[in-house]
Design a protein around this ligand. Structure first.
Ligand SMILES: Nc1nc2c(ncn2[C@@H]2O[C@H](COP(=O)(O)OP(=O)(O)O)[C@@H](O)[C@H]2O)c(=O)[nH]1
Ligand SMILES: [Mg+2]
Length: 661
């Protein structure tokens, strides 16, 4: 089947594209421009808060030259990178938006890596071409260093007086001049770009010939392929993720946007091809996957989903819940529809039980869902303790947090049994701030946030012998117990130990368990108020009274002995130390090491990150109290690229500023 018949058969069928790339490259501007040219400009002021900050995914529907499209504007901020990962699970193609600057190519590397790993067809739109300072081929070269797929330059810029005024299309070999607010105008190829254009044209043909013997033969025989032939080969290679075409433009001025639309129309795989790539059989019960969950005022909960098999009909039962609305977003506003076709991205109403990532089906059991694995959420790197401003809201808070965590897989909620705090774990300050705002907006909950407490511990430096006697006369019979204990330090990590050395019944057998329990209980809060670890308590002697002694009396006496004894045993603080692995592009390795040493880190070494060429892992032991805002400093020093993982390693004596604090 030739490409042109596929295109005809699929004409009008819905396709979807995600705009991805670094923060500030112009994705949102391009989103507006694409929708604008398709006559569906998002209404100004209609956007919920957060878009300006690049923290929210936007979905827009439009139709261009008779085809229907869903476009996703993905957040650029690293804290919301998972929204992009999730969006990529839903679309037919990704447009990587970047800047024409060699120095910024590194910031494009992570997304290229993700796209390659997941075999998602993509093209590159070098935006802000009006700001081009160096040469496009240098930007391309720098990007190529981070792309395993061959990048194919589709346009050569025409520069006049330092400004980019148009481009030559490398396939058709026609030149165009940008015109403000109008389609570009066809012009003669300027003499000064001819050589460069030929070079780009030949290089494009060579790359295509790598995957096509017929083209290779033609080139060897010096026969020029037709433009139609080149387009068809490019479509095939692009749709199978063998090559990545590179287009140029300036979204803000609408330059190159119409050209991009045409490339999308020509080269975006159709829904059936994407379904085949994900191993989804075309026939069967309706199937959709949620890639994003929002709560919007009057529509309530909306689950953004891709329809993989369909049609999906409003009112049908998905995973046991009745679907309460299917919405498209022309101009960014929800418009209700009766059904949705395979390949569509739609918002589904009132599926209260559906979590982000969920597979939704009309099938009774587990649906046949091919290879629709949802990407795994990144590990949390930032945490805040939260408390309700009104204690009465505590129960409501835990319910709300549970829902938020099911909407947002990058958010974790944990109750810390040691500090008693409820702690939000997430991707950064903005992410947790957005969560707190959601608590207020969607659940009417006012909360206060604070830096989480570090779970300090205590232990003792020397052994002591302690004697305590309880003697109380209260009316009838009194209370009497007398214990002599040794409290001794143990090795780090050895925990608590109780030893009974009573001989000759100076403390009767039946009271000894009470002494052991009371001694252990007393370690829950030491002289500094933290749990005491790694001590041995030995009951060496005691006395009792045949009437007045009891479990309770021995407990009290032991508690007294422990309180006095621990205070005399030179107690000191222990702080938790984590094993931290910092991952950075190797240009930042030295900086990462300095960052860790500056936080009392003990560098263990660094090595090339496994399967990440050009990246290093730096390992260190770092006190937990130094980790709270590590991610903030790390990102600010590494163009937002650095990240880290941590796990508890050991407890160490807390010195210096921690003790003083
Ligand atoms: N000079 C120039 N600036 C642009 C262009 N496209 C976007 N911008 C500006 O770049 C900034 C970031 O754009 P935005 O679309 O928010 O980037 P995003 O973070 O990728 O969504 C904004 O100030 C835009 O006005 C362009 O083609 N040329
Ligand atoms: Mg944006």
């Amino acid at each position: 089947m030739s490409t042109s018949t596929t295109a005809t058969a699929d004409a009008g069928r819905p396709r979807s594209v995600a705009l991805v790339g670094p923060y500030g490259s112009g994705k949102s501007t391009l989103f507006d421009a694409l929708l604008g040219l398709a006559g569906a400009a998002p209404r100004r002021g209609a956007e919920p808060r957060g878009h300006a900050m690049g923290t929210e995914l936007r979905l827009g529907h439009c139709s261009f030259l008779g085809d229907s499209w869903a476009i996703l504007d993905c957040p650029g901020s690293v804290e919301f990178a998972f929204e992009t990962e999730a969006a990529l699970a839903a679309v037919d193609l990704a447009v990587v938006v970047c800047e024409p600057a060699e120095a910024k190519a590194l910031t494009v590397a992570p997304i290229l890596r993700t796209l390659e790993e997941r075999s998602i067809p993509h093209l590159v739109f070098v935006n802000r071409i009006d700001t081009l300072a160096g040469r496009v081929r240098d930007t391309l070269g720098a990007l190529q260093a981070h792309s395993r797929r061959k990048l194919l330059l589709r346009q050569v810029p025409i520069r006049e007086g330092g400004n980019v005024t148009g481009y030559v299309d490398v396939i058709s070999e026609r030149a165009y001049r940008y015109r403000p607010g109008q389609p570009s105008e066809l012009i003669q190829i300027p003499a000064h770009v001819q050589a460069r254009e030929r070079e780009a044209h030949d290089s494009l043909l060579e790359t295509l010939a790598d995957h096509d013997d017929a083209l290779l033969e033609k080139i060897l025989e010096d026969i020029a392929p037709t433009t139609a032939e080149i387009f068809e080969l490019l479509h095939k290679d692009q749709a199978s993720d063998a090559v990545v075409e590179v287009l140029l433009g300036a979204a803000e001025r609408l330059h190159g946007v119409r050209r991009l639309w045409k490339a999308l129309r020509h080269d975006t795989p159709h829904a059936a091809e994407t379904a085949a790539r994900r191993g989804i059989a075309p026939d069967g019960e309706a199937l959709a996957q949620v890639f994003k969950t929002v709560h919007a005022g009057h529509t309530g909960k909306l689950s953004y989903a891709r329809v993989w098999r369909g049609p999906l009909r409003d009112g049908s039962v998905l995973n046991g819940e009745r679907l309460g609305g299917i919405y498209r977003m022309p101009g960014g506003e929800p418009a209700r529809s009766q059904d949705a076709q395979p390949g569509e991205l739609v918002a589904l109403g009132r599926l209260e039980a559906a979590a982000t990532g969920a597979l939704l089906s009309t099938a009774a059991g587990a649906p046949d869902a091919g290879d629709l694995r949802f990407p795994a959420a990144p590990e949390p790197v930032y945490a805040l303790a939260i408390t309700t401003q009104d204690r009465k809201d505590d129960v409501k808070l835990s319910g709300a947090l549970q829902k938020l965590a099911s909407d947002d897989p990058t958010l974790h909620v944990a109750h810390d049994p040691e500090t008693g705090e409820t702690v939000l774990h997430g991707q950064g300050e903005m992410h947790l701030q957005a969560t707190v705002e959601r608590l207020a907006r969607n659940y009417g909950l006012k909360v206060t946030t604070a830096r989480p407490q570090v779970p300090f511990k205590e232990t003792i430096r020397r052994g002591v012998h302690q004697h305590a006697r309880l003697k109380r006369q209260t009316g009838g019979h009194g209370q009497f117990a007398d214990v002599k204990i040794d409290i001794a330090p143990r090795g780090r990590g050895e925990g608590f130990l109780f030893i009974d050395r009573i001989v000759g019944g100076s403390v009767p057998r039946q009271y000894i368990p009470a002494v052991g329990e009371a001694a252990e209980e007393a370690t829950r809060k030491g002289p500094f108020g933290y749990p005491v670890v790694d001590v041995a308590v030995t009951l060496v002697d005691g006395t009792f009274h045949s009437v007045d002694s009891s479990d309770m009396a021995f407990r009290s006496a032991t508690r007294m002995a422990m309180t006095e004894g621990l205070a005399k045993a030179e107690p000191f603080l222990l702080e938790p130390v984590d094993h931290v692995t910092l991952s950075v592009p190797n240009a930042f390795t030295a900086r990462a090491q300095r960052l860790l040493s500056g936080r009392r880190g003990q560098i263990l070494g660094y090595a090339e990150r496994a399967d990440w060429p050009g990246w290093d892992d730096v390992e260190a032991l770092v006190p937990q109290s130094e980790l709270h805002d590590l991610i903030i400093e790390l990102r600010s020093q590494t163009m937002g690229l650095g990240s880290y993982r941590r796990r508890f390693d050991h407890l160490a004596e807390a010195r210096g500023r921690v003790v003083a604090a």
